[in-house]
Design a protein around this ligand. Sequence first.
Ligand code: COD
Ligand code: ATP
Length: 190
Amino acid sequence: MIVGLVGKAGSGKSTAAERLAKSKMELISLDKLGHDALREEQESLVNSFGRGILTCGNVDRKKLSRIVFENSDLLTKLNKIVHPVIKRKALEIVGKDFSDHYIFDGALIHEIGLAEYCDKIIWFECPNEIAIERLMKRGMSKSRAESILASQQYLDSIKESVDAVVTTLGSSEETFEKLRSILFEWGIVV
Ligand SMILES: CC(C)(COP(=O)(O)OP(=O)(O)OC[C@H]1O[C@@H](n2cnc3c(N)ncnc32)[C@H](O)[C@@H]1O)[C@@H](O)C(=O)NCCC(=O)NCCS
Ligand SMILES: Nc1ncnc2c1ncn2[C@@H]1O[C@H](COP(=O)(O)OP(=O)(O)OP(=O)(O)O)[C@@H](O)[C@H]1O
């Protein structure tokens, strides 16, 4: 069974997902696969964005982030290069190391084309003001957090069609307990 955790940046998906990974669920972080994809697609990225995105010969995520989150056309261009790679990598993991249950953790599960592979999808709900505070605690600047959330505003419509919603206003512990009880109801004991 594959369970997808979606929701905007800072909503608390990864924090909860990492706790699930301590149980028998295998965690597939789409953010991390995206970072691998940047290495794999370095040549096309340099062709599209120029050598200015490199530091010491490698794609510098901070530099790329500054470019794409300020310009929606460039974000679309980046997505076109890396999303197919993320999709392929995620499906390779699921196909190869078969275990009982997988978690896809990623804000863009639908856009990447992985929603159709999920048996269940859970939306992590968090108001933008709180997400911004949390992202800033994670070391992000306020303006970067705001521009990422602005680029994800369209995701709000997804919550109408998911299988469950977890509000993450409480502590990380409370969020995890809510997630655990949903999974328990679905017969996934963690
Ligand atoms: C833009 C990049 C270089 C920034 O890297 P950086 O290490 O600074 O940030 P990180 O990857 O941790 O992303 C921070 C948050 O931004 C959001 N985000 C990332 N990529 C995107 C995107 N293409 N569109 C909207 N939001 C995004 C996510 O919520 C993510 O959790 C990197 O995020 C990237 O390559 N993104 C494209 C791949 C992708 O879509 N990844 C998200 C998969 S869910
Ligand atoms: N329920 C919670 N209560 C308080 N803080 C939380 C909670 N969940 C997560 N956090 C904190 O908020 C920050 C962002 O959480 P997290 O990285 O899990 O979000 P995310 O949804 O995975 O975001 P992204 O899409 O950017 O990866 C982290 O620093 C985390 O410690």
